[in-house]
Design a protein around this ligand. Sequence first.
Ligand code: SF4
Length: 306
Amino acid sequence: MNILDIKLTYKCNNHCLLCCQDDKIKNDKSTIVVSNIIAHIKSMTFNEICNTKVVLTGGEPTLHPDILRIIEIFKNKGFAAIQLQTNLTLKTLLINVNDLVKAGITSFGVSLHGCNREMHENFTGTKESFVNTFNNLVKLSKLRIPVVLNCVISKYNLNSLSEIVAFVAKNHLADSIQFAFIHITGRAEQHHELVPTISSAAKEVQNAITLGNQLGIVVKSEAIPFCMMRGFERNIAELEQLNNIIVLDKKGAMHFSRHREECLKTKAKACEQCLFYSMCEGPWVEYPQLFGWKEFVPVRRVRPYE
Ligand code: SF4
């Protein structure tokens, strides 16, 4: 399956301190033009349409004034999987979760960075963002549509990842949650003091995976290399990520998977001795520049699973 990742706008109604996009991009009020989306679809073969999952993202994609029309265009062209990645506050436009599902959204990826108002809003920098997202997640859970929660790990929630999993299970908010290590770029670079070490994040994610197994919630890690996830390798989200991600924004289309591996991630010389070398992209480039390489120990032997 290929991924067509469409950045509908870089505007956002949350003000996350650790957003990987910078203020210059976020202050750009323009949005992708619908005719460019239609032209891209026209350039695709029938076979490509059948084998492509559409991911609508941003910024906050629901701020695009034509969001419902864009979803309907993809549905009517025959795309079977249309995911919306959103903060799900839905405060700016007069649309609700029912409108989005009715238009054609088949799954949601929702940003949730804490299990209470203080933890989440310390991250988002936006009052009422927790209650708005939570209330819409509750509405979504009643529609029985797949939801994956995306939680960025920071010093605000580092010691609460298991608590977040328990909160999600208790309130039936999602079947799956992905804990992502921060890409220290854009606005996140200005707040790098909030970035934990990757090894401490990996330890907490492993505890959260163990609890998730008990509670029936699938917990995955993102942007944490294999050497940090010994014994939990099957929960590394990148194992399922496909090599064919096309990003489309107002400037045009680009092959993102290759760009991520060649420009955004890095490996040390010592990584060449690691058993995971060929499958691992390494950490985000900025991490070893700030924290060094000492946490990354090449894997020489794979531990057997029970
Ligand atoms: S290749 Fe490097 S970063 Fe990746 S798992 Fe091995 S030691 Fe870690």
